[in-house]
Design a protein. Structure first.
Length: 152
C-alpha cells in the first residue's frame, strides 16, 4: 500500500514564492530587452549619420569644451566630408597641463590614429590612459555631432 503524504503550505510562503518567481521573470525579460541586438536600429543610425550626398560630416572646424577637474578645456576637431583630419587642444592652460600631463600625450595618440583612418570607437591607448581617452573621445563625439548637424 502506498503512503499518502499531506502537504501543508502557509499562504504567506506561497505569496513570497509567487513574488520571487515574478521578480525573476521580470529580470529575465529586462535583460533580454537590454542586450538583444536590433539590426534595424543600427542600420538606421548609420544611414542617418550620412547626409543626402553620401558624406559623413560638413567640412570645417568644430569646437567643444570638456571638464578636467575644475578647469574647462577646449578641443577643436577639423573634418572634411568623410574623415577627421585633426584634433587639437586650444589654449591649454599651463596649470591644467601640469595637473593632467597625459591629456596632451593622449590627444596626440588619438590624433595620429584618426589620421590613419582608425574609427573613433576603435581607438586604442595604454591601459593607464583609459580615463583620459574616454574623456577625449566623448569630447570628440560631441564636436562630431555638431559637424553632422551643421548646415542641416
Amino acid at each position: 500500500m502506498s503512503k499518502t503524504k499531506i502537504l501543508i503550505f502557509q499562504l504567506k510562503e506561497l505569496i513570497y514564492t509567487g513574488i520571487f518567481i515574478g521578480l525573476i521573470l521580470l529580470l529575465v525579460v529586462l535583460l533580454f530587452i537590454m542586450f538583444r541586438q536590433d539590426s534595424d536600429d543600427t542600420a538606421n543610425i548609420s544611414m542617418n549619420n550620412a547626409s543626402d550626398h553620401g558624406t559623413l560630416y560638413h567640412a570645417g572646424t568644430y569646437n567643444t569644451t570638456f571638464s578636467l577637474g575644475n578647469s574647462r578645456v577646449e578641443l577643436s576637431v577639423t573634418t572634411d566630408e568623410n574623415h577627421i583630419k585633426e584634433i587639437k587642444l586650444n589654449q591649454l592652460d599651463e596649470s591644467v597641463a601640469a595637473m593632467y600631463p597625459l591629456v596632451t600625450v593622449v590627444t596626440e595618440e588619438i590624433n595620429a590614429q584618426l589620421q590613419k583612418g582608425v574609427d573613433l570607437n576603435a581607438i586604442t591607448t595604454a591601459p593607464e590612459n583609459q580615463y583620459t581617452k574616454s574623456v577625449l573621445v566623448e569630447a570628440i563625439s560631441n564636436a562630431l555631432e555638431k559637424a553632422t548637424r551643421d548646415g542641416n
